[in-house]
Design a binder for this molecule. Structure first.
Ligand code: SF4
Length: 703
């Protein structure tokens, strides 16, 4: 008999609702859920092919595997042996070297319940804040800027604003590829209401091609652009003086800074026409409702937080915030980067948006969990985590649902770290990722269509994820595996005490999480699996007594800072972390393809998803190719100070002369290398610790 199961797409942060059709334990079809408020039935190519990718079980991790020494191959084992080994090795290292000698590296692909258990295992049981996630590579600059400027993480906006904006500023986002279903909503709104689009991107992407104004800036000059636009708004009296006086702090210092950023000077830094910069400022400042949509182009930068802050400055100064159709809207990359932050599953935060450095927050969580205290030592964020593994400061790492040997910057360092580590655990649905080669223990995990829990999308909306079929082989759910490891470690680290992990199912984990949010900005005490069942996906906050979530935040002009005032930040423009020079004369830019997702462990299994872009390539401007005598299809070696890879040339005027572009997805299964991160730089933003994955200086020569 055919069954229809409502769930959520597992790819991007749009969080589309899906209807999974299954029969005899097989997923046989997927359609968009017409009732889901993110997509109203639409799906992109990735979502539409979820059934086919789920049917292909080739390469799934089916059984626990274990090796007892580094020079041995992993052998199949049983769950008890695998879990006992992981618990004993981790507990042994903690007892010998202290809690900060171990670390967890998890994923924005995990469900909120999975994330919660991992976070409690690290911070509550072991007593280390060394748990970070691939969301560090994705959203941390946005998070840091929201907190600094508005007082709390999370966007003030909602998807409905896409349809209500008169001016849309897309910065560092190829939304047509990265958030396709939202882009369709935006296109429909443009057709219906004539909204003006400004696209800020060093490449002429498919998104930029549809813009009313494309600002093809030099890489990394976004802050100069936004400061120049603000200068024009101030000069022309397009700022909201009363709003600034009543609801913000720090404007005088910002005004003094941007005095120097005349449109002419800013445009010169950006490599664009002064008239175009002025036109962008006029459109943004004079439109009744201006919405900015931004993503990795701002975030994945050594100055990512400043880029976000400079953009938020524009919104605050012109009161383009807290109103329908207006606001700074950071588009989440992964399906549950937001949920991971809600449970505090990162090295720099605690549960329910609490802070590690705040003694009251630590005491609240410790009391709630029933542990003596939480560590006040900041955890080690992703890039530093692998550096510490390489230096031996961290001795064991537990990786779940992510592939750092492909996705982290500066892959030589990451590979050395995984080789040096005393003990590497990998919890994964797929057996042959780049990282799997380094694992001492492989714990097979369930995947999309098999899992149960919740995720939070880009507009703070929590949706249910439901299982349509059972996991293959002996694969188990992520929350279950983390719970079983935790219970075994408890017996070694705190014998005789009641368990901290009394979970029977994901719902019991969710209920504990929501109780921890009471009184916080993301309070979801009023939300339950039952309410999600009955009323559908809901946005947070949703405190006790409410039946529906809140679409927009800060509509009353009161912000989540201690003073209730939003804070301007004076952000001077800083040059790229790695400028080009005579030896490395090209700007290497990275980005997404339309039909692939991350490291392709799922999308790379389906031939039809290669029809749009069949093979990896390096895009170069025709003039640059001609000057060097390169022809389309030539194999070229792309080298940075850190590493190199070989790619065939694609000649394209989508990139400016002086820049080259390569997609981020291709990995060791498709190349004789780990992919573009062989060349990328591990330099991180000083505030958010997010690495500069979008840019590196490279040279290009015949292979
Ligand atoms: Fe899935 Fe994102 Fe496509 Fe929606 S837009 S179907 S969430 S990949």
């Amino acid at each position: 008999m055919k069954t229809i199961t409502k769930s959520t797409c597992c790819y991007c942060g749009v969080g589309c609702g899906v209807l999974i059709e299954s029969e005899n334990g097989q997923i046989i079809g997927v359609q968009g859920d017409p009732d889901h408020p993110a997509n109203f039935g639409r799906l992109c190519t990735k979502g539409l092919t979820l059934a086919q990718t789920a049917q292909s079980q080739t390469g799934r991790a089916l059984y626990p595997e274990l090796r007892l020494s580094r020079d041995a191959q992993r052998q199949r084992t049983d769950w008890d042996s695998a879990l006992d080994t992981v618990a004993a090795r981790f507990a042994g290292i903690v007892q010998q070297h202290g809690p900060d000698a171990v670390a967890f590296y998890v994923s924005g692909q995990l469900l909120t319940e999975d994330y919660y258990v991992f976070n409690k295992l690290a911070k509550g049981l072991i007593g280390t804040n060394n748990i970070d996630t691939n969301s560090r590579l994705c959203m941390s600059s946005s998070v840091t800027a929201y907190k600094l400027a508005l007082g709390a993480d999370g966007p003030p906006t909602c998807y409905e604003d896409l349809e209500l904006a008169d001016c849309v500023l897309l910065a560092g986002s190829n939304m047509a590829y990265a958030h396709p279903v939202l882009f369709r909503r935006l296109e429909a709104a443009k057709a219906a209401r004539g909204a003006k689009w400004i696209v800020v991107d060093p490449r002429r992407t498919d998104t930029a091609a549809l813009a009313d104004l494309h600002l093809q800036i030099q890489p990394g000059t976004d802050v100069a652009l936004f400061n120049g636009m603000l200068h024009h708004l101030i000069w022309e009296g397009l700022i909201a003086a009363d709003y600034i006086a009543a609801h913000t702090e720090g404007f005088a210092a910002l005004k003094a800074l941007v005095r120097d950023y005349t449109p002419r000077m800013a445009a010169e830094i950006c490599g664009i026409l002064e008239a175009d910069l002025i036109q962008a400022a006029e459109l943004f400042g004079r439109s009744p409702a201006s919405l900015s949509l931004y993503c990795m182009g701002l975030n994945q930068s050594a100055h990512g937080t400043d880029k976000n802050l400079a953009l938020i400055n524009l919104h605050l100064a012109s009161q383009q915030i807290g109103r329908p159709g207006a606001g700074p809207f950071s588009l989440t990359g992964q399906p549950n980067a937001m949920g991971g932050r809600e449970v505090g599953g990162m090295a720099t935060m605690l549960a329910a948006h609490r802070d590690i450095q705040n003694p009251e927050h630590r005491a609240e969580v410790a009391r709630f969990w029933g542990v003596e205290r939480l560590s006040d030592i900041p955890g080690t964020p992703a890039v530093a985590l692998f550096d510490a593994l390489k230096s031996g400061q961290i001795k064991a790492v537990f990786i779940a649902c992510t592939n750092p040997a492909h996705s982290m910057p500066d892959l030589n360092t990451v590979r050395e770290a995984l080789q040096t580590a005393e003990f590497v655990v990998l919890q994964e649905a797929f057996a042959h990722t780049d990282t799997a080669a380094y694992a001492d223990v492989l714990l097979p995990a369930s995947s999309w269509g098999e899992k149960v829990g919740t995720v939070t999308n880009s507009e703070r909306r929590i949706s249910r994820v439901r299982a349509a079929v059972a996991a293959p082989g002996e694969a188990r759910h992520d929350w279950w595996i983390a719970t079983e490891v935790a219970r075994r470690m408890e017996m070694l680290l705190r014998p005789g005490l009641p368990t901290l992990f009394p979970y029977a199912d994901p719902e019991s984990v969710f209920n504990e999480h929501r109780a921890l949010t009471v009184g916080r900005d993301l309070d979801i005490a009023g939300l339950s699996y039952a309410l999600l069942e009955q009323a559908g996906p809901q946005q947070w906050p949703l405190p006790q007594g409410q039946l529906h979530g809140q679409a927009r935040r800060y509509t009353d002009g009161v912000f989540a800072t201690a003073s209730g005032q939003a804070k301007f930040h004076a952000t001077p423009y800083k040059p790229l972390a790695e400028p080009t020079n005579a030896r490395y004369p090209f700007h290497l830019l990275t980005g997404r393809l339309r039909d692939q997702w991350h490291g392709m462990s799922r999308t790379g299994r389906l031939p039809q998803l290669f029809s749009h872009t069949p093979e990896p390539s390096l895009s170069m401007h025709p003039l640059d190719a001609e000057r060097r005598g390169f022809k389309a299809g030539d194999l070229l070696r792309v080298s940075s100070k850190r590493g190199q890879l070989v790619l065939p040339l694609q000649i394209s005027d989508e990139v400016s002369s002086g820049s080259v572009f390569a997609a981020m997805h291709w990995n060791g299964q498709f190349l004789n290398s780990g992919g573009i991160n062989e060349a990328s730089i591990g330099k991180v933003d000083g505030k958010s610790f997010q690495p500069e994955l979008k840019h590196a200086a490279v040279r290009v020569e015949p292979a």
